[in-house]
Design a protein around this ligand. Structure first.
Ligand SMILES: [Zn+2]
Length: 445
C-alpha cells in the first residue's frame, strides 16, 4: 500500500461545511494526507486522472446480513415472522462454512461495486468465522458479529443454542477478530431481536459490551406483530425493555425502529442510541414507514442500511437513499428528507453510528481513505450544468456509476474491475454452494 494521487476531480467532502470543489486528493498509506485545488506534481505510486469524475466518501451501511446474500430471491412477498420462520431460519440452519463464505463474498462484491466501504453486519448462529475471513480478505471495513438466539418458536434445531454457548462463541469470535487489521474489523454483539433472546442472555450481552467496550447491534420495533410478542412476554414496549436491561446507550445500534411511541423516542434521544433506517426492507416486508423526519428533528442519530438480500433484494446504497427520500414525501410533503439530508445519513451518519466519525464518513485530511469515485457522465445524470451534485447523486445516479472504490487506502475496485475477489468465481461458487444447501433443507413452503 503506497501513495495515490487523485487529480482534478470534483471532490464532495461532506466536511462540516459540506464543501465541494475541483481539486486533488492525496492518499498515503491508509489515510488522506492532503487535499487542495492543486497539489502540484508529487512523487506518488499511482495517479488517478479525476477529470470529469466525482469523488465522494464511501457509503456506510449500518445494517447488513452478509450470510443472507445467498438467499436473494428466496424470501419474496412475505411479512416478517413468516419470512423468518418459513424461509430465512431454515435457510440459515442449512448453511455450512463454505456457503457462508461465498454468501459473504457475493454480498461484499455487490457492496464494493456500489460504493459501500463500511458495514455493520449481523451473521447467523454458526460459521461466522467464515464471514470474517471474507471481510478480512476483501478489505471492506466492518463491524460484525455472530447472531445470538437462545429462544423462540419454530426455530430449526441447528439454530437453537443455549445461553452459555451463544455467549462463549461470541466472546471467542470477539477475541479473534476485534480490532483485526488495525481496527478495520471490529466485533459487535448481535442478539437477533428480543423475541429470540432470553433475559439472561441480553443481560450478559449488556455486561460484556460494557466490559469490552464494543457495540451491540440488534433489530427492534420492525413489525407490529413483533412488538405484540415482546409486550406479551415482558409487559413492556421493545425499546423500553432494552432500556430496562441497561442496553440502551450510545453503543447500541438498532435496526428499523418503525413503530416507536413517544417514550421510546425519548429513550433513544436521552441514551444516544443509534437508529438504522432500512426503507427498502421495511417496504418489502410490509413493515411500515419509520418516522425518520421526526427522529431527525429530535436529534436522534439515523443512518441507512439495505438489510439482507432476501428482503430488499439489493445491497445498494443508491436505492436506499432514493427510497429514504421518496417514501416520506407523500406523508410529510416534498421538502421532507431532501437530498442532502439523505446523503448525510449515508456517509457521516453511518460513521457516527459506528463511533468512527473522526475516522470516516467525510473526506478530510487525517481521515481514513474510504472513497468512491463516480463517473456521472451519462444520459441519466445529464445535464450537469447548474445542477446540485448531491441531487445528481441521490436522485439520478445509480450503482453502475461507481467506477473505483478505495477502502483504507487500498483500491478494491478500479474501473469496475474487482481487485480483491474473483467475480466469476464468486458467482459460480454461490450457485454451487446453494445447490448443496438447498438439498439439506427440509421442504420449505
Ligand atoms: Zn435485518
Amino acid at each position: 500500500m503506497g501513495s495515490i494521487l487523485i487529480k482534478q476531480a470534483e471532490i464532495v467532502t461532506m466536511n462540516k461545511d459540506e464543501e465541494i470543489f475541483i481539486g486533488d486528493l492525496l492518499i498515503e498509506g491508509t489515510v488522506i494526507k492532503a487535499m487542495g485545488k492543486n497539489l502540484g506534481d508529487i512523487q506518488v505510486d499511482k495517479v488517478i486522472d479525476g477529470r470529469g469524475k466525482t469523488v465522494i466518501p464511501g457509503f456506510v451501511q449500518t445494517h447488513i446480513h452478509l450470510c443472507q446474500t445467498a438467499f436473494r430471491g428466496k424470501g419474496d412477498d412475505l411479512e416478517l415472522m413468516d419470512w423468518l420462520q418459513k424461509r430465512i431460519w431454515p435457510l440459515e440452519a442449512a448453511h455450512d462454512e463454505e456457503s457462508i463464505y461465498y454468501s459473504a463474498m457475493l454480498g461484499i462484491g455487490e457492496l464494493i461495486q456500489s460504493g459501500t466501504t463500511s458495514i455493520v453486519d449481523m451473521e447467523t448462529v454458526h460459521h461466522t468465522d467464515s464471514a470474517f475471513q471474507a471481510i478480512a480478505s476483501t478489505g471492506i471495513r466492518a463491524l460484525a458479529g455472530k447472531v445470538m438466539m437462545d429462544k423462540g418458536t419454530e426455530v430449526p434445531k441447528a439454530l437453537q443454542e443455549n445461553t452459555q454457548q451463544s455467549i462463549q462463541e461470541s466472546v471467542d469470535l470477539l477475541e479473534k477478530w476485534h480490532n483485526h487489521d488495525q481496527g478495520r474489523i471490529q466485533y459487535a454483539f448481535t442478539p437477533r431481536f428480543v423475541v429470540s433472546c432470553t433475559e439472561p442472555l441480553l443481560k450478559e450481552v449488556q455486561k460484556l459490551s460494557d466490559h469490552y467496550q464494543v457495540k451491540v447491534h440488534t433489530h427492534a420495533s420492525e413489525n407490529r406483530g413483533e412488538i405484540e410478542i415482546v409486550q406479551a412476554e415482558t409487559g413492556m414496549r421493545n425499546v423500553v425493555y432494552l432500556d430496562h436491561l441497561g442496553l440502551a446507550n450510545e453503543r447500541l445500534i438498532l435496526a428499523h425502529c418503525v413503530w416507536l411511541d413517544a417514550q421510546e423516542k425519548r429513550i433513544l434521544k436521552e441514551r444516544g442510541v443509534k437508529v438504522t433506517h432500512c426503507p427498502g426492507s421495511n417496504l418489502k416486508l410490509a413493515s411500515g414507514i419509520a418516522e425518520i423526519p421526526d427522529l431527525l428533528s429530535q436529534d436522534i442519530a439515523v443512518s441507512l442500511g439495505a438489510d439482507g438480500a432476501p428482503c430488499n433484494n439489493n445491497l445498494d446504497m443508491f436505492n436506499e437513499m432514493r427510497m429514504a427520500a421518496l417514501i416520506q414525501k407523500p406523508i410529510h410533503g416534498p421538502t421532507a428528507m431532501n437530498a442532502r439530508t439523505v446523503f448525510r445519513m449515508a456517509t457521516r451518519g453511518g460513521a457516527k453510528a459506528i463511533g468512527l466519525e473522526d475516522e470516516i464518513g467525510s473526506l478530510e485530511v487525517g481521515k481514513k481513505a474510504d472513497i468512491a469515485i463516480l463517473d456521472l457522465n451519462d444520459f441519466h445524470t445529464y445535464p450537469s450544468f447548474d445542477v446540485d451534485t448531491i441531487s445528481r447523486i441521490v436522485y439520478s445516479a445509480t450503482r453502475a456509476d461507481v467506477e473505483t472504490t478505495i477502502i483504507n487506502g487500498r483500491i478494491v475496485m478500479e474501473n469496475r474491475m474487482m481487485k480483491t475477489l474473483d467475480k466469476q468465481l464468486v458467482l459460480s461458487e454461490s450457485n454451487r454452494v446453494m445447490k448443496r444447501l438447498v438439498k439439506r433443507l427440509p421442504k420449505i413452503s
